[in-house]
Design a protein around this ligand. Structure first.
Ligand code: NAP
Length: 254
């Protein structure tokens, strides 16, 4: 397994799905982890699992739309574990789906705030700590939606996720000279509460599976494995990229 030994990693959206799987995998790879989401109970359960496997985890519940939370997570990593090497900004929402003509400004802004503003706030506060640790890795969870495919009803989500690719590209060039790598990880449909909420009927589930070259959804652990690659030295020359981990949905035409 790729090693995060002696590393400290921050994972947002860790109470569920991809973030939860990534925090567990990062801990198994040797990282001490700070885990973030709004639901304290979910974070506590995860931290218990990590500690039961011999790992170290610190929790702090809060809202990634708030700047104070972004700052507090970095402070926790530094106070508890002395440094920050990896920040996986993964928390996200699909938001209300529907045609843009019926979308309220509040719906639009809710999605941008959760998916894109949070990434800016996270990066702003994480980058000084990542630079201080040297050889850091900053990762955003985007989506193939808004990058290699469009879907009706997903304008706010697609725009927010496309914004993360632009943010990763700009930050990669801004901080590359100081050794910080910045990448976007773009999953395909993944078997998580978010992924399942989209597939409300067996017919929609079958339709979605059929879009994929692999004819199935991802398990969160498969996306977490790609996050570990981007977090670890295995990807030491990878920066500014949008890494599709999408089961071939972007290329499939069958
Ligand atoms: P999930 O199981 O619903 O998890 C979403 C996570 O984000 C939860 O831990 C949630 O925690 C956290 N979160 C949401 N809003 C938050 C807020 N305002 N403040 C703090 N935490 C917040 O979904 P998932 O599938 O693992 O999604 C993870 C990421 O992958 C998202 O960015 C999503 O857009 C992306 N993605 C998912 C898929 C898919 O098919 N599942 C595909 C492509 C990309 P709390 O509710 O406890 O706050």
């Amino acid at each position: 397994m790729q090693s995060l030994s002696n590393r400290v990693a921050l994972v947002t959206g860790a109470s569920s799905g991809i973030g939860r799987a990534a925090a567990r995998l990062f801990a198994r790879a040797g990282a001490r982890v700070v885990v973030a989401a709004r639901r304290q109970s979910g974070l506590d359960a995860l931290a218990d699992e990590i500690r039961a496997e011999g790992g170290e985890a610190a929790t702090l519940a809060g809202d990634v739309r708030e700047e104070g939370y972004a700052a507090a997570l970095v402070a926790l990593a530094q106070q508890r574990f002395g440094r920050l090497d990896v920040a996986f900004n993964n928390a996200g929402t699909m938001g209300a789906l529907g045609p843009v003509t019926g979308m309220t400004l509040a719906d639009w802004e809710e999605v941008q705030a959760t998916n894109l503003r949070s990434a800016f706030l996270g990066a702003k506060h994480q980058i000084p700590a990542l630079l201080a640790a040297s050889g850091g890795s900053l990762i955003f969870t985007g989506s193939f939606v808004g990058h290699s495919a469009g879907f009706p009803g997903m304008a706010a989500y697609a725009a927010s996720k496309a914004g993360l690719v632009g943010l990763a590209q700009a930050l990669a060039t801004e901080y590359g000279p100081q050794g910080l790598r910045v990448n976007a990880l773009l999953p395909g449909a993944t078997d998580t509460p978010m992924g399942r909420s989209f597939m409300s009927t067996p017919e929609i589930h079958d339709f979605v599976r059929g879009l994929y070259a692999l004819k199935r959804l991802a398990q969160p652990e498969e996306i977490a494995a790609a996050a570990l690659f981007l977090a670890s030295a295995a990807s030491s020359f990878v920066t500014g990229t949008a890494l599709l981990v999408d089961g071939g949905v972007s290329v499939n035409r069958t």
